[in-house]
Design a binder for this molecule. Structure first.
Ligand code: ZN
Length: 169
């Protein structure tokens, strides 16, 4: 039996989504959560924050969001983040930031990802609370992953909003 309802957002994603919607800078920024593609989004464990890394005003907001997510990691305990920086020579730095030891790289530091994953994360920040070892077996496309205990964390919404307000990109 899966440990969550089909098509439900985990409490941590629901709280972050509400917090983001409460930040004036995020007005008009699309947030992508559930989609039915058998992914960690389907499991309700992921959010895409549609801020394009190539548009300076959006990138500045994205960098502040990332700074706030790192600051708030002790309370939030998110698992992984993927986004893109641009080098002065115009080449991309495709990175992820591991928030859980399951994911390769130094804790809460930017680590390179491959070009294919990277190119899919130029126009949005992807953030998730997914423990990929909790893939439901046999593989199916409705529940996809069980929720780890961290995905049920709440109570960080207002502190996150306050942290964003003072973060610099
Ligand atoms: Zn995503």
């Amino acid at each position: 039996m899966p440990n969550h309802a089909a098509g439900a957002l985990c409490p941590a994603i629901a709280e972050l989504q509400s917090a983001l919607r409460g930040i004036p800078d995020m007005a008009g920024v699309a947030l992508g959560t559930i989609r039915h593609d058998g992914s960690r989004h389907t499991a309700g464990l992921a959010i895409d924050i549609m801020l394009h890394s190539r548009r300076p005003a959006e990138k500045a907001k994205a960098d502040r969001i990332i700074a706030a997510l790192i600051d708030m990691h002790p309370q939030m305990q998110w698992f992984d983040l993927i986004y893109t920086d641009w080098n002065p020579d115009g080449t991309p730095f495709y990175f992820h930031i591991p928030g859980n030891r399951l994911y390769a790289g130094r804790h809460l530091q930017k680590s390179a990802v491959g070009a294919q994953t990277g190119a899919a994360h130029v126009n949005h920040i992807h953030l998730d609370w997914c423990n990929y070892r909790m893939r439901i077996e046999p593989h199916e496309r409705t529940y996809v992953y069980d929720w780890p205990p961290e995905a049920r964390r709440t109570g960080f919404g207002y502190p996150f909003m306050a942290t964003y307000a003072t973060a610099t990109s």
